[in-house]
Design a protein around this ligand. Structure first.
Ligand code: NAD
Length: 297
């Protein structure tokens, strides 16, 4: 049994903390929202009055927060208070520069740290089948791995500090671009009189195959489990795709990488979000490519 502090018990943090409890760990949590604390408490998480109280005696501090600014604020407060050698694990999806800064704060105070963003969404968090992409030293990763295991389907050690965040935004830039490419292909097929099923049967087994076609097809029918069959309910909301694409663009600018398709995908998802589709699954962008927007806009 490990003593774990869990800061940020939102849509993802709550089920992740619940899985740590199920695995037999002692988890003390804190969030700013009372409803989230109540939900965590009913799953067996001990509730603290504040973040500093939550980390008392903790061997591992896990954060699952909205953005880099939240993570840095929490690290600035907690890192000086923790026992030396405590492991800090940030599972939030944040910008690479903030992730590096968070690692720096931890090492300045002789803490171990890894960044470990996830994919798999709320469903994967509940099922304990998240993919973790970790960045940090071998020593920190070795300490984190058995703990992450109770929340994970797969864990990849991607490299040193911030390598997990780098892997996450590179992967999601591919996904954003490939979903737009897939949507464009289906819209062109419609104009050419080609059925959705015929394009799917060819592209899903030919050189056009990709996750956006084979697993998450943006038209109803060919892949019955895709959100297109459920009125584009997320899944993975367009607002989160836009967040990740913006993080990729920030990283491209600060590193000097040339990512013109990533930039275009960011613009398209910004327009899609601005049309009132933030809560729509990101594959719904196919309707935007058809020129369709919500009726109440
Ligand atoms: P969320 O908004 O539901 O949860 C974040 C929680 O952090 C909130 O409950 C908020 O009250 C809490 N919080 C903010 N500042 C705090 C502070 N100072 N102290 C304590 N608690 C604080 O967001 P989420 O959907 O759980 O996502 C969390 C992170 O995971 C984000 O970085 C997101 O991009 C990433 N992520 C989300 C998904 C998804 O499908 N939701 C998938 C993969 C990655």
């Amino acid at each position: 049994m490990t003593k774990i502090a869990f800061i940020g018990l939102g849509n993802m943090g709550n089920p992740m903390a619940a899985n740590l409890v199920k695995a037999g760990h002692s988890v003390t949590g804190f969030d700013l929202v009372q409803d989230n604390l109540d939900q965590a408490s009913s799953a067996g998480v001990h509730i603290a009055e504040s973040s500093p109280e939550a980390i008392g005696g903790a061997e591992i501090v896990i954060t699952m927060l909205p953005a880099g600014s939240h993570v840095l604020a929490v690290y600035e407060e907690l890192v000086p208070l923790a026992e030396k050698g405590t492991l800090f694990v940030d599972c939030s999806t944040i910008d690479v520069d903030s992730a590096r800064h968070a690692h720096g704060l931890a090492s300045d105070h002789q803490m171990l740290s890894i960044d470990a963003p996830v994919s798999g969404g709320v469903g994967g968090a509940a099922a304990g089948s998240l993919t973790f992409m970790a960045g940090g030293s071998k020593e920190a990763f070795a300490m984190a791995e058995p703990i992450l295991d109770s929340m994970a389907g797969r864990i990849v050690h991607c490299g040193d500090a911030a390598a997990g965040q780098a892997a996450k935004i590179c992967n999601n830039m591919i996904l954003g671009i490939s979903m737009i490419a897939t949507g464009e292909a289906f819209v062109l097929a419609e104009k050419l009189g080609l059925s959705h099923q015929a394009l799917f049967d060819v592209a899903s087994t030919s050189s056009g195959q990709c996750w956006s076609i084979n697993t998450y097809c943006p038209v109803p029918g060919p892949v019955p489990t895709s959100p297109a069959n459920n009125d584009y309910k997320p899944g993975f909301a367009a607002a989160l795709m836009l967040k990740d694409l913006k993080l990729a663009q920030e990283a491209a600018q600060s590193s000097g990488a040339v990512t013109p398709l990533g930039a275009s995908a960011t613009q398209l998802y910004a327009l899609f979000n601005a049309a009132g589709e933030e809560g729509t699954d990101f594959s719904g962008i196919i309707n935007f490519l058809r020129g369709q927007v919500k009726k109440d806009n």
